[in-house]
Design a protein around this ligand. Structure first.
Ligand SMILES: C[S@@+](CC[C@H](N)C(=O)[O-])C[C@H]1O[C@@H](n2cnc3c(N)ncnc32)[C@H](O)[C@@H]1O
Length: 353
């Protein structure tokens, strides 16, 4: 191996640090290795450079609970992609933002602080979050969510009759519904409990819920789907159907003992907000049951099943639930069908929230 000049070694450090690699393993000189950050942590100059710009702080503030792609971020900030990409790259290199590919589109979200600089990062992010999003960014975010929502609503309006068929290609309704009922039956005093099903679709699960629980509310934002649900629940006096958005219930005073959302989050523009709404609507100690697709890369689901998100990592759902004051209680991973896997999750609201 040829001996590197000190200058080349220095360049090597910068390049390695830039890529977030562990310098300890890569630099030959012990004195240089001693200035390396711990494995996985960004070097401090990279971190502070990333934080030293108002626009980048706004990106971090915006992505606290959101996951947006580049064109959505451009829409929110009213900037060209060429002007924004540079900032995103710096934030990713500093490990402040993470990237996730959804088919051909890359989404950005804020990384959860961890590792050697966890407390420093957590404090920095806490400080960033003390300032509210500017009205300009709030309006931009609403525009982006409205576009996502239009896409989802149009799909259910146009496909209400053949939805079950399309869905069965991905997931067995019976399997995840049985798992949901199994988790529901763990609820104390279920016969008196109030249950909210978000996105009941054609209402297939509502009769089983009505037979077990005290009262059942089905909330769906599609009139066409609610009409199908109504036909299935006419004989149940303890079922109420409501037209509306789950995220619109944030701040609502109603309370439920159990909230169920099966195959809904991946159709919603802002899954974190739906979980926050679920958390708020629960009585202390109340439960949320969610059936969802695990992360996948089958793009056709967007067009044929109206999916806005290509499933979710289990950890992502846990993070959003945790931020909504919910604790992970149980998780079931069902067998794959056509390359899709379903996670059925039980979260419980902390009793002191
Ligand atoms: C794929 S279907 C799932 C239906 C049923 N839960 C099942 O497992 O078969 C998704 C349902 O969620 C509804 N939906 C989507 N986004 C919603 C939102 N933000 N608020 C309420 N309902 C929503 C859709 O209209 C649709 O009926």
């Amino acid at each position: 191996m040829t001996q590197k000049s000190p200058l080349l070694i220095h360049q090597n450090i910068l390049i390695n640090a830039w890529e977030g690699a562990s310098l300890r393993a890569m630099t030959p000189a012990a004195s240089l290795a001693s200035i390396a950050p711990a494995a996985g942590a960004p070097a401090l100059p990279i971190l502070f450079k990333a934080l030293g710009d108002e626009l980048r702080l706004q990106v971090l503030r915006l992505l606290k609970d959101e996951s947006l792609n580049v064109s959505e971020l451009c829409e929110v900030f009213q900037l060209k992609q060429s002007a924004l990409s540079h900032h995103l790259k710096i934030l990713v290199q500093a490990k402040l933002l993470g990237r996730k590919k959804e088919g051909t589109v890359t989404f950005y979200r804020r990384e959860v602080p961890e590792g050697a600089q966890e407390s420093l990062l957590a404090e920095v992010l806490r400080q960033i979050d003390t300032t509210a999003l500017s009205p300009l960014l709030q309006r931009g975010l609403l525009r982006v969510q409205a576009v996502r929502e239009q896409h989802s609503r149009a799909f259910f309006r146009d496909n209400s009759e053949r939805l079950r068929e399309q869905q069965e290609l991905i997931a067995s309704w019976e399997d995840y519904s049985n798992a949901t009922l199994h988790l529901l039956e763990r609820t104390d005093n279920l016969a008196d409990a109030s249950v909210l099903e978000i996105g009941p679709g054609d209402g297939s699960l509502l009769p089983a819920l009505a037979e077990r629980a005290g009262s059942v509310t089905g909330l769906d934002n599609s009139e066409e789907m609610l009409a199908l649900a109504k036909a299935r629940t006419l004989r149940f006096e303890n079922v109420v159907l409501v037209l509306g958005e789950a995220e619109g219930l944030l701040g609502d005073k109603r309370q439920f003992d159990v909230v169920i959302a099966n195959m809904v989050l991946h159709h919603t523009p802002d899954p974190a907000a739906m979980l926050r709404a679920a958390g708020q609507l629960l009585t202390p100690g109340g439960r949320v049951i969610i059936s969802e697709l695990c992360a996948h890369d089958q793009l056709w689901a967007r067009e044929h099943c109206g999916d806005l998100w290509l499933g979710f990592e289990a950890g992502q759902l846990s993070d959003w639930a945790h931020a909504a004051g919910l604790e992970n209680r149980a998780e079931l991973f069902l067998a794959q069908r056509n390359g899709f896997q379903i996670q059925v999750r039980l979260f419980q609201k902390q009793t002191n929230k």
